[in-house]
Design a protein around this ligand. Sequence first.
Ligand code: IPM
Ligand code: MN
Length: 482
Amino acid sequence: MAKRTSKHRVTLIPGDGIGPEVVAAARAVLRAAEVPIDWEERLAGAAVFKKGVASGVLPETVASIRRTGMALKGPLETPVGFGEKSANVTLRKLFETYGNIRPVRELPGIRTPYSGRGIDFVVVRENVEDLYAGIEHMQTPDVAQALKIISRGGCERIVRLAFELARAEGRKTVHCATKANILKLTEGLFKRVFEEVSREYPEIRAEHMIVDNCAHQMVMRPEQFDVIVMTNMNGDILSDLASALIGGLGFAPSANLGDGAAIFEAVHGSAPQIAGKDIANPTALISSAALMLRRLGEMKAADAVQDALLVTLEDGRALTPDIAGEAGVGTKAFTAEVIRNLGRAPKSYPRREYKRLRAAQPAAPPLSVGARRLAGVDVFVESLAKPETLGPRVEAAVAGLPLRLAQISNRGAKVYPNALAAEAHPSDCLRLRFKASGRGGLAEAAVLELLARVGEVAPWMHVEKLPEFDGKPAYSKDQGED
Ligand code: IPM
Ligand code: MN
């Protein structure tokens, strides 16, 4: 390959657990492929948490990525169920890498129950919104709540990215998988935006699928998929499932794309139990590095690295123990084999033509609505009183205000008046839904007075207004509400 003088600057984050080993493997392969890169090695993850930096990302790491706009990173440990936020997620949010691209393609030499069926699709996962906002509150000592936040602009840019990717890779279909049947406002917004944006891409087939059916279809008939776009959490779960179809997380690469920066990483975690033993499979990280080369415009080098990796898997002479068991070789020996195979092409793997991914159009500004009316307000209270006792007490307390208690519900199901289910599980977190009595809607002052009155009956911890935009309710109905 011809040497060039202009070098790419890339931030390198070795990461935790097996991170340093698989990152070193990818770096060695890129060096051998003679891609001119100046690496800026920076820290994030466990070592940074230990220094007492709560984000898990050092300021100089942030500064470096800001400068280079490009990072290759190893996995970072995420505390489970307690402690600090995930540094992986922090990096995605810091650089607003809203698009998580996760290609899933059958690999030569890797036997799975699906071998020979030609699995070849890409999961496009929204990467910064949804439940990953990570906004949670204990409503009472007994009840926890998380907010699922979805914006129209956030949907637009990820859906466009999915269609642009389909174009760049010559793919024919984009599926959108959502839970819009249950979550009509959040997942429903994603679905509606998908349907709108799809009209800008008439040459690509656009199809919506309910996400649990998508999980089923992925296992039953994965070859039907080309590109699948999903909200963050659904995409997280189904991209793990998808990687299992082609041999597991050891093979799954990913790109986190934003307008200003791109971060490339394996889908797998830091696997601390096998760290430092020279047995980790670096395939996912080397593939992620190949994706990075495409972003850098190094299309030939990307193909060369990808091909050398595929030849190594196809030959099967030097595979890591996760695939080859007892006969396996170490991470370093596997990497040396990949390097030896640079310049060779796999026998059984038609090459896909990649065009450069076009930057998605900036999302439109937030929609403006004409008429707004405050139709009511939901007040969440902590109370162990029976609904049929609490109801009349609240009704008496709010008497004279320009509103009425429409109903009380327990986790979204009506318990007063006329409970939906006789056997509602008791909860100390109940929702009082008040509706304005006047046609003009509720005034702010009435809401404040309402809270003061309700507070005398039971402590409230959370209030949601019930707006109508252009005459349509902009909130969900309860199970059992008429
Ligand atoms: C992934 C991982 C991360 C996620 C974790 C490590 C925070 O599972 O990249 O899919 O949940 O997104
Ligand atoms: Mn995941």
